[in-house]
Design a protein around this ligand. Structure first.
Ligand code: MOS
Length: 733
């Protein structure tokens, strides 16, 4: 099915199941521990051996000698894989660095060997006996130093210019020119990267933890140099990804190579201290924002430049994206520059681009409002746009930023904010309010599904879509239940298997809308097949409700269509050019109250409110969870999260959850989420969008702005830690 014109009324609009706050259908299995995660697929590979990854101890250079003798003689060792013994390997399309390094080393903790042994302890002990000699080369690890030599990235429109930015900026009566920095960050998802590999002849099965089954299946085949039909990926339950599991990673490839060498199934998990330098992270940015405005607060010039680093051949952090679309202003420029750094690979993390971009832009907006003496909510409303400011002929499909800001201000009690910073006290606490806009684009991608109907009226959905903790199982079940007129209990959802039709996968907050649209398409096909089987004339006039199929005064049980055998329908949803003719984005507003201890500078977030406009909310309960999780992650970005680089050795020092701080329960205050009632007929027949990434966008800036309002100290360098506040905070009194 192809989606080429705006959606009209369809069975989803009944909202008997869709749009209702619904418990996760996978909840009981998750909470009872019976949902198998990759490393726990014991039944699939009961006699698996254990693989331990050896990571490079230098950031750049090469291996001059590797001595495996002692490791091979260690108790229980079955096989050792290195680049030398692995045979010729290709490289995945989605990978920048090789997943198995050697002799050349591209980054610290790049995998250079896998030691396979009978037990986990034996594999770990033997891995310590692998003796490696390196020839070390100097690397570049400091973005601030590499910035001036940064280049214009090849693809992805690095520069945009509209009107005369330089002239308008110079002529503006009120100007802001400020630099902001965001640090390298880690996904820090609960479940580590883990895989079990088993070969049957030349066919590989990989139980793994991966967001994008089809991408990773293709990349595994490419890397091993085998047909992709010979690779099966199974990833039914995933303990978080945040972008860290979008791609094939080292543990998956090494499990496959280890299983081939050991001639039996092999399981590999990355130990937590290996994850941060072995895998990917969100790259640090340096951003410069220039705003010019009239005295009454209209933006006349808006410029945003961003510098980030990556390994040679890598990509920039696209931190200027939202600035192209969020606010009006006739004269504009954006630019992205990429420095080559020899740190581990930079890549997508929840709202790549917009999350760090808004950390800067939304402080800049607060600073400008302050200069203009205009309320920051009013300043944003004043500079709203209904069209793409770079291409005014393109309208937004839906854009309710103003509603988000107004609703939020009202519900939060924004009026109580004292615009004078450092003036509100509650005992030892300096109190501040902060606001920021949220923005994230809505992407639509092709997605397929297969639906089976049995004689009992049970509907089974199969698609390689993943559920990374987001609630995919549930919204897919809701979609099928609505389309086929059955209760949720009659729907079985099977996900995350490359034997199933290829879905959108989970990434870029496109999964909810795109994957359910694919299920919608398959259900439309099944409805036609059912109507035909039951002898109804035209599917369009047939009603599917209460487990029955009704038309022309006849009503038959749905299951009757499968009386003679299971009925199967498969289809996909693909998209025309509606997403090009109309700018599709999601919007929100974050409101935050903080308290900053006047003596110690300790910041505690006291209240958070998010208002989101993101199309139809398919399941308000799981969507709320998504936004709350994202708000929490934004709190971490504001106050805690930072990978610290050892500038001599070129690696992230705090590479575990003791050193890389994320919020814990005690850090998380009262959080509230409001979804505006909205449908977006341009996005798909589901009329939905995504919220999982929108929820983090702007949060950190709202907190930084609240800290400013509390203390009068403007921190432009994340995270906002107390050492940056104390020197210029109001004196203790
Ligand atoms: Mo997302 S960062 O595309 O999982």
């Amino acid at each position: 099915m192809k989606f080429t014109t705006p959606a009209t009324t369809n069975p989803i609009d009944q909202l008997k199941v869709v749009g209702r706050a619904t418990d996760r259908i996978d909840g009981p299995r998750k909470t009872s521990g019976s949902a198998p995660y990759a490393y726990e697929q014991h039944a699939a590979a009961p006699h698996a051996a254990y693989g331990q990854v050896v990571g490079a101890a230098i950031a750049k250079g090469r291996i001059s000698a590797i001595d495996l003798g002692e490791a091979k003689r260690a108790p229980g060792v079955i096989a050792i894989v290195t680049a030398e013994t692995a045979g010729a390997l290709g490289k995945g399309k989605m990978n920048t660095a090789k997943l198995l390094g050697g002799p050349d080393i591209e980054h610290y903790h790049q995998a250079i060997a896998l030691v396979v042994a009978e037990t986990f302890e034996q594999a770990r002990a033997a891995a310590l006996l692998v003796r490696v000699k390196y020839v070390k080369e100097d690397g570049a690890f400091d973005l601030a130093k590499a910035k001036d030599g940064a280049h214009k990235p090849k693809d992805g429109k690095p520069d945009t210019r509209v009107g005369d930015f330089d002239g308008a900026y110079a002529a503006a009566p009120v100007r802001l020119d400020a630099h902001y920095t965001t640090p390298d960050q880690s996904h820090a998802m609960m479940e580590p990267h883990a895989s079990i590999a088993a070969w049957e002849g030349d066919k590989l099965t990989l139980w793994t933890s991966n967001q994008m089954i089809a991408w990773s299946r293709a990349d595994m085949a490419r890397t091993l140099g085998i047909p992709k039909e010979n690779v099966r990926l199974v990833s039914p339950f995933i303990g978080g990804g945040f972008g860290g599991k979008l791609f094939l990673r080292a543990e998956a490839l090494l499990a496959a190579l280890g299983a081939r060498a050991a001639k039996r199934p092999v399981k590999v998990a990355l130990a937590r201290p290996m994850m941060i330098n072995n895998t990917t992270h969100r790259p640090a940015t340096i951003q410069r924002i220039r705003l010019g405005a009239t005295r009454d607060g209209k933006i006349t010039a808006i410029g945003h430049e961003s510098w980030s680093g990556d390994l040679a051949g890598g990509k920039p952090e696209t931190a200027v994206m939202q600035t192209r679309l969020l606010y009006a202003g006739a004269n504009r420029m954006t630019a992205m520059r990429l420095a080559v750094l020899d740190l581990p690979e930079g890549n997508a993390m929840r709202a790549p681009g917009e999350a760090p971009g808004l950390m800067a832009l939304e402080i800049a907006m607060d600073e400008m409002a302050d200069k203009l003496k205009i309320d920051p909510v009013a300043f944003r409303i004043l500079n709203d746009t209904k069209v793409d400011p770079e291409k005014p002929e393109r309208r937004f499909s839906q854009r309710r930023l103003i509603d988000c800001l107004r609703t939020g201000a009202d519900k939060f009690g924004w009026n109580a904010r004292n615009p004078q910073p450092g003036k509100t006290r509650d005992g030892q606490w300096l109190i501040g309010f902060g606001v920021a806009a949220a923005f994230r684009n809505n992407l639509v991608t092709k997605s397929a599904a297969r639906i089976r109907l049995d004689r009992n009226g049970v509907v089974t959905v199969e698609t390689d879509m993943t559920d990374i903790g987001t609630g995919s199982y549930t919204i897919i079940a809701q979609t099928a239940a609505e389309m086929l007129g059955v209760p949720l209990a009659k729907v079985v959802v099977r996900l995350g298997d490359s034997d199933f039709p290829v879905s959108s996968g989970s990434g870029g907050q496109w999964g909810a809308n795109s994957s359910t649209a694919g299920v919608y398409a398959a259900c439309v096909k099944l409805r036609e097949a059912v109507a035909e089987k039951l002898g109804f004339a035209a599917a369009a006039e047939v009603e599917f409700a209460d487990g029955q199929v009704r038309a022309g005064g006849r009503a038959l049980p749905l299951g009757q269509a499968a009386e003679a055998g299971e009925l199967v329908a498969e289809d996909f949803m693909e998209y025309g050019d509606l997403d090009k003719r109309f700018q599709q984005s999601t919007f929100g507003a974050h409101f935050v109250e903080v308290g900053v201890d006047i003596a110690t500078g300790e910041t505690r977030v006291r209240r958070m409110l998010a208002v989101c406009a993101a199309g139809r909310i398919l399941n308000p309960k799981s969507a709320r969870s998504q936004v709350i999780g994202a708000m929490t992650m934004g709190l971490g970005a504001a106050l805690m999260e930072e990978l610290v680089i050892d500038q001599r050795a070129g690696y992230f020092v705090n590479h575990d959850l003791a050193g890389y701080e994320v919020p814990v329960h005690a850090d998380v205050p009262h959080q509230e989420v409001i979804f505006l009632d909205e449908t977006d007929p341009m996005s798909s027949p589901m009329k939905a969008k995504g919220v999982g990434e929108l929820g983090i966008c702007g949060v950190a800036a709202a907190i930084a702005n609240a800290v400013y309002n509390a203390t009068g100290v403007r921190v432009r360098d994340y995270p906002v830690t107390l050492d940056k506040l104390l020197p210029t905070m109001p004196a203790y009194s």
